[in-house]
Design a protein around this ligand. Structure first.
Ligand code: GLN
Length: 312
């Protein structure tokens, strides 16, 4: 693979923004009422190189809810805290082939959630963050995401309340996990923490830096702080490659070949270790819950910058 020049990356980012700003497919998520009110034409694209170089285009400073992308960083936090064996005893590393909030998936493996990037596994993962109290657990979760972003992040309260009013399904999943002993502690308190984590406000620039921390082997490319052990990065990327875009991950990997993670707020992160991190945001989603413009942008930039893992 030829080394990447900053100009190549900057041009690819600008072109992807230009090419897909007019794409009108998809629809904002509305099962969380707040998400339906976010302007649908917002569109931001960011690339972060392992040396900290940044390229950006569009609405990269607009703050939106991180949603499922937080699952990647909570998984990382638990890997750091209790190690891979302890995590894998409670949460698998398999694809579900089912929607992200599937209850059926839980019945397939005697109640064991398949992976940390679908709701069931993500809720179980939050319960595994070691802490003496709920608030201490929260401060570890938020602190971890903030270190990856390189700035103090916080919850968007409107998103949090909107989701807490409508997250009966996630509460059901948490109680099912508890019944099979795949969840530590109080299910309702755990769903509350999970929902707070999903409601954290980030910009596309923040997401670029968070993914940048993964492609830089666990070190934030801007602040230089080590957040994760390098050995945990491939573990995280492998689950992104099998489950990052839910039940369309296979076709994403077939087309683009880059580990990625989406959120129903409209964000997607993707990247190749040692080479480049990408983040894109635009609210309208496809039927699987993945941003249409963000997928198009990342797919095009990945091709222009040779990120496909399966290509020489
Ligand atoms: N907070 C959302 C939920 O639990 C996250 C889902 C997502 O982004 N796919 O339903």
């Amino acid at each position: 693979r030829a080394p990447l020049q900053p100009d190549t990356v900057a041009q690819a980012v600008a072109a992807a923004h230009r090419h897909f700003a007019g794409l009108r497919e998809g629809k904002n998520a509305d099962y969380i009422p707040y998400l339906a009110s976010v302007p649908s034409d917002l569109y931001g694209v960011v690339a972060v190189a392992p040396d900290g170089g940044v390229a950006k285009a569009g609405d990269v400073g607009y703050a939106f809810s991180i949603q499922s992308i937080c699952k990647v960083f909570n998984m990382a936090l638990v890997l750091e805290s209790i190690g891979p064996e302890a995590l894998l005893r409670r949460v698998g590393s398999e694809a579900t082939g089912l929607p992200f909030n599937s209850v059926m998936a839980l019945e397939m493996h005697r109640g064991k959630p398949q992976n940390p990037l679908v709701n069931a596994g993500a809720i179980a993962t939050v319960s595994l963050v070691p802490a003496a109290s709920t608030e201490e657990r929260w401060s570890r979760i938020l602190g971890n995401m903030s270190r990856c972003a390189g700035r103090q992040l916080d919850v968007n309260d409107q998103v949090y309340h909107s989701e807490m009013d409508t997250n009966q399904r996630n509460r059901g999943i948490a109680w099912l996990l508890r019944a099979r002993e795949f969840l530590e502690g109080d299910p309702d308190a755990t769903v509350d923490l999970y929902t707070r984590a999903c409601s954290v406000a980030v910009t596309t620039q923040d997401l670029g830096m968070m993914m940048g921390t993964l492609v830089r082997g666990g070190v934030n490319p801007a602040t230089g702080e080590r957040v994760f052990k390098t050995e945990n990065v491939p573990r995280i990327l492998s689950v992104m490659a099998t489950a990052g875009l839910y039940d369309s991950t296979g076709s994403w990997m077939f087309r683009v070949g880059v580990p990625a993670k989406s959120g129903v707020g409209g964000g997607i992160i993707a990247g190749m270790p040692g080479r480049l991190a990408l983040a894109a945001f635009s609210p309208p989603l496809d039927d699987f819950g993945n941003s249409v413009r963000a997928q198009a942008a990342i797919g095009e930039i990945a091709a222009a910058t040779a990120l496909n893992l399966f290509e020489d």
